[in-house]
Design a protein around this ligand. Structure first.
Ligand code: UGA
Length: 439
């Protein structure tokens, strides 16, 4: 079966490669010609486990190609997935839908025969009718274009696995859809046949599903981080508390790791976008819980800055701080709304000299924060440091021998914001340790 994927970022490039893996003929489309060139050489323009292998395999097999031409995409297939980014607006908490509406408006003139446009981008509820209207207005095939809503639940660093083996598929349609459902069922054939729960619903429920899922995940993280605040005052240990709670299967242990809170290109902006849309719809009270989740999350970042000042004195001028971690989470080079970089920048703004190390995200971080210093080797990074902050829990960091590390620094002090360092071992090696969520 032939299909296109419009927008080849983290979501679209992965979706295109995985659709080729399922046996389809796929044309990925992105207006960034450099990105298209890189993808056509079988490489991802970002780091995502297993993705390069799939891209190389299918650009070579000929099942996967990329283009920067909307016209070529429109001609290529009758099923078009759209996975462009919907970031937060720079001056408000609402979604910026410019890329989505731009992609639909540019694809539309080439749609001269009936087609299905299946949107995967995360949006505020109520966007699907606007997409359908744009297609009616700008596509020669007008009313014969069907719109489907197919939210994506993949996690970065597990993107390929989550796309090929999702825990559910959600397909949203209007009441009048003659072949959109059939085409999507064919596209996801192998995934559906393997027993993946497939929920067919209306547009609004499908749109809400994504925002609600991310809002729930964010709230779960903020819940345990709120408990961390209480643990710090009560002399309790939040890691053990999370473990105890997690044994109750109604609570579950996954997605409830305490620490520096959530970041990335999705959870923070989806929580804020959801609140904004709920307010617009007159359901602002229902979003109160999300306002609190967002506030707890922001407080975690401030807490690390406060702890650093407790250790080094309120005046940070002339102090040298090393930060382990720049990516918003391990396993990715994505630094969008990275808690680690937010803390690093805040410390720099207070006068500290900040040196950062990260296994994958240094180039991206350097571009966005040129005023900070960067070192590749996490051992070398602590030389001259007055304080070490562990802010992104790459496994590489927890494998470092604290005794060898202590020999490299004149001031063995560490704050573990992610709870994955064995602080008993670090203390035995001579380090003064502090951690979030315990005394
Ligand atoms: C998130 C959702 O998990 C996906 O289901 C969703 O599809 C995706 O957003 C999206 O909207 O595209 P992702 O941002 O890749 O995926 O990362 P997560 O693994 O959910 O982590 C998000 C943030 O929460 C990270 O900063 C992570 O460090 C933090 N986190 C996660 C915690 O602090 N504790 C946890 O227990 C889990």
């Amino acid at each position: 079966m032939k299909m296109t994927v419009i927008g080849c970022g983290y979501l679209g490039a992965t979706h295109a490669a995985c659709m080729a893996e399922l046996g389809h003929e796929v044309l990925g489309m992105d207006s960034d010609v450099d990105k298209v060139h890189t993808l056509n050489t079988g490489k991802a323009p970002f780091f995502e486990r297993d993705l390069d292998d799939l891209l190389a395999k299918h650009t070579e097999s000929g099942r996967l190609k990329f283009t920067a031409s909307y016209q070529e995409a429109a001609n290529f297939a009758d099923l078009h997935f759209i996975g462009v980014g919907t970031p937060q607006q720079p001056d408000s908490d609402a979604y910026d839908l410019t890329h989505l509406f731009d992609a639909v408006t540019k694809l539309a003139p080439g749609l001269t025969r009936p087609a299905v446009v299946a949107v995967k981008s995360t949006v505020p509820v109520g966007t699907a009718p606007r997409v359908a209207e744009l297609l009616r207005e700008h596509a020669p095939a007008g009313g014969l274009i069907e719109v489907a809503w197919n939210p994506e639940f993949l996690r970065e660093s597990f993107a390929v696995e989550d796309t090929l083996r999702p825990d559910r598929l959600v397909l949203g349609f209007t009441t009048q859809h003659s072949w959109a459902e059939a085409l999507l069922r064919q596209a996801f054939g192998k995934i559906i046949e393997s027993g993946t729960p497939t929920i067919v619903t209306d547009w609004a429920t499908a749109e809400l599903a994504k925002g609600a899922a991310n809002s729930f995940l964010a709230t779960k993280i903020s819940f345990i981080n709120a408990m961390a605040e209480v643990c710090e005052k009560a002399g309790a240990n939040v890691a053990e508390l999370a473990d105890i709670l997690g044994h109750d299967i109604r609570i579950g242990r996954r997605g409830m790791r305490p620490g520096l809170g959530f970041g990335g290109g999705c959870l923070p902006k989806d929580v804020r976008g959801f609140i904004t849309r709920a307010d617009e719809l007159g359901a602002g009270e229902a979003a109160g819980i999300l306002r609190e989740a967002d506030a707890v999350n922001t407080r975690r970042r401030r807490r690390i800055v406060d702890l650093a000042r407790e250790e080094l004195g309120t005046d940070l001028r002339g102090k040298r701080i090393t930060v382990w971690g720049a990516a918003f989470k391990p396993g990715t080079d994505d630094i969008r709304d990275s808690p680690a970089l937010a803390v690093a920048q805040a410390l720099h703004d207070l006068g500290a000299s900040v040196t950062i190390t990260d296994p994958k995200a240094l180039d991206n971080a350097r571009k966005l924060h040129p005023e900070l210093d960067y070192v590749e080797d996490p051992m070398a990074a602590v030389e001259d440091a007055d304080l070490l902050l562990h802010l992104t829990e790459w496994p590489q960091f927890s494998h470092i021998d604290p005794e060898r590390l202590a020999a490299r620094t004149h001031s063995p002090k560490v704050i573990d914001a992610r709870g994955t360092l064995n602080t008993d071992q670090w203390r035995d090696a001579g380090w003064i340790t502090r951690a979030l969520g315990r005394v």
